[in-house]
Design a protein around this ligand. Structure first.
Ligand code: SRM
Ligand code: SF4
Length: 571
């Protein structure tokens, strides 16, 4: 157990606290272990690597084979590039595509937080990969770890002053909240080790960084495409009567991770905190993070997110603490109203005479599989026409800045590579999301990305048969209760409990403003369509005009829904 540099003992704190504190600002032994001829990093480095955007994983499909060959595991690394607002230049896209072919598993994964993930990178190729990402002017620093994670933003590429002002605010927040340590540069980019008589400082994160990950999103008034309520800090940009940026509403304390059979861990939606003016947002974001740095629980990582700090101490206490640290008066939060969530898919004008097109990518996996060759197709379009790329919070891709005359060429290349226009994709599939789960995620207890396509096609067929194909219903699946695909904020959530089984969650809403609840626990995946069929049938005949499926299940209540299911089974 190590002490902090001022001698404070870390006795009683979680092990990660010592690892961070003794790491010399995230260096640890990563550089030394990189040089060793071993397939994996040691335990402490594994924790520190996360701050550098790298997860140590193993190929779970090959565990048996590895054991048979006397190997421990097939170790591999996952890289997460932090992409504020999901904005990717054509060169950066190409760099990631290159890495995916040369050193990763041949696919690129768009995440639910608008990042890229590269899976299956071997230790010997990690440094080249990180360098290539940096050469493309993006970074993996802060992709993971106990710091501010990627700051999300609605990715719609509209060209007006409001969007430009919001982008400027995000850039300023990213600059303020990114770790300052030179470790990243030294380890991955062979940066000079600066010898100074002054110790290196991390003004915000200090020696111990945060108690846990911290997530921020920026939404634009009315559009909840970035799932505001899931966040530690959600910032909603508000428009003035002249269309300019009037200020920001802040919400705090959302978080979706929980653990099965541990009721002390829970899912929470973010709650309104305050309204601030445009010039105040960076300072307040910094101080919200700083309060969590100082008061978050460092003894128990399962209780270390901001949602627990707020649950334990109260929202009023939290507001007071933030108020005491900022140089201006926090104003009361304003009520928020949401229009139906827009996933920004299809063709649209972007306000400067050019177009953008949102392209559906199933579960964010850009790959060449059978007839759908999204990896080759996107590369071809981006190489030839050089659009800006934007990643959405629903794991899809937007190509922006397309001249109207280029549209037929984009459409032809999409068709040539089997990339379907969004209009041809059944809505149930379009609005579905699943996390990676097996084989790369070490925490998965059930399949998700590999199980969802077949399930959601069955559900889409069922909805079609019942005349409900045009309904907007969000189905979200996670391979464990951590909730990476934000299943608790969908109309319908499937949360893995063990291989082949899921808690079926109902009562959320399409706009992601309300948590769903367990309707049926531990349901075999093959039984899910028959469980939902009677509910869809009753929904069709009994819902109010315009009422969504999630809203209907919430209104009629689970007792009535269970009766419906039971009647159907005995009929
Ligand atoms: Fe997540 C851990 C994947 C968004 C809650 N998440 C993981 C890890 C890194 C597993 C691990 O720790 O070993 C997963 C890697 C799987 C793999 O093989 O790629 C993983 N999370 C993902 C991604 C890729 C899912 C996706 O389908 O895109 C998302 C990457 C986002 C990014 O770019 O940063 C992802 N994770 C989320 C979200 C959604 C969000 O943030 O909007 C959540 C719920 C919100 C929240 O944080 O409360 C989420 N992930 C977690 C948790 C539970 C945290 C908690 O408070 O308990 C873990 C486990 C942990 O941290 O201990 C986790
Ligand atoms: Fe892994 Fe669970 Fe997250 Fe899915 S929800 S990626 S299984 S941690």
């Amino acid at each position: 157990m190590s002490n902090l540099s001022d001698g404070t003992s870390l006795e009683g704190f979680s092990k990660n606290e010592s690892v961070k504190a003794s790491s010399n600002h995230l260096r640890g032994l990563i550089k030394e272990e990189l040089l060793e001829d071993t397939p994996a990093f040691g335990e402490d480095s594994e924790q520190l690597l996360k701050f550098h955007g790298i997860y140590q994983q193993d190929d779970r499909d090959r565990r048996k084979e590895a054991r048979a060959r006397g190997l421990d595991k097939h170790h591999q690394l996952m890289i997460r590039t932090r992409i504020p607002g999901g904005v990717v230049s054509p060169d950066a896209y190409m760099a990631h595509d290159d890495i995916s072919r040369r050193w990763a598993n041949g696919t690129l994964r768009v995440t639910t937080r608008q990042d890229f993930q590269l899976h299956g990178v071997l230790k010997g190729d990690i440094k080249k990969s990180i360098r290539a990402i940096n050469d493309s002017l993006l970074t993996t620093l802060g992709g993971c770890g106990d710091v501010e994670r990627n700051i999300m933003c609605c990715p719609e590429p509209l060209h007006d002053e409001f969007h430009a002002e919001v982008q400027r605010a995000i850039s300023a927040m990213v600059a303020e909240l990114t770790p300052r340590t030179a470790a990243y540069h030294e380890i991955w980019l062979d940066g000079e080790v600066v010898k100074s008589s002054e110790p290196e400082t991390e003004p915000l994160y200090r020696e111990q960084y945060l108690p846990r990950k911290f997530k921020t999103t920026v939404a634009l008034e009315g559009d909840n495409c970035v799932d505001v309520y899931a966040h530690d800090l959600a910032i909603v940009a508000m428009k003035g009567p002249d269309g300019s940026l009037r200020g920001f509403n802040l919400l705090v304390g959302g978080g979706l991770g929980r653990t099965h059979n541990k009721p002390e861990t829970f899912v929470a939606v973010a709650q309104p905190l305050a309204f601030v003016e445009p010039g105040q947002v960076v300072e307040v974001a910094r101080e919200v993070v700083a309060v969590q740095r100082d008061y978050g629980d460092r003894t128990n990582r399962r209780h270390a997110r901001l949602k627990y700090t707020i649950a334990d101490r109260g929202l009023d206490w939290f507001r007071g603490e933030v108020q005491s640290r900022v140089s201006f008066e926090l104003q009361p939060p304003e009520p928020l109203a949401w229009k139906p969530v827009d996933d920004h898919l299809g063709w649209h004008e972007q306000g400067d005479g050019r177009l953008y097109v949102g392209i559906y990518i199933e579960n964010g996996r850009i790959a060449d599989v059978d007839a759908v060759r999204s990896r080759s197709g996107l590369r071809r379009i981006i190489e030839e026409l050089r659009p800006q790329v934007r990643l959405t919070a629903q794991q899809n891709v937007i190509l922006a800045g397309i001249e109207p005359a280029q549209r037929p060429r984009v459409e032809a290349l999409m068709a040539e590579h089997g990339i379907a226009p969004v209009e041809s994709i059944p809505r149930a599939i379009r609005y579905a999301m699943a996390c990676p789960a097996i084989p790369t995620c070490g925490l998965a207890v059930a399949e998700a990305e590999r199980a969802m396509p077949s399930l959601v096609r069955k559900l889409a067929a069922l909805l079609e048969e019942l005349g409900l194909a045009e309904e907007r219903i969000s189905f979200r699946m996670s391979g464990c209760p951590n909730g990476c695909s934000r299943p608790y904020l969908g109309d319908v959530g499937f949360v893995g409990t063990t291989l082949g089984k899921y808690d079926v969650m109902l009562g959320g809403d399409f706009d992601g403003t309300r948590l769903n609840r367990v309707f049926a626990p531990n349901v075999p995946i093959t039984d899910i369509p028959s469980l939902l069929r009677p509910l869809f049938e009753t929904f069709r005949t009994q819902r109010k005009p315009g009422e969504g499926f999630g809203d209907w299940t919430d209104r009629v209540g689970f007792d009535a829904l269970r009766e419906t299911s039971a009647e159907e089974r005995t009929a």
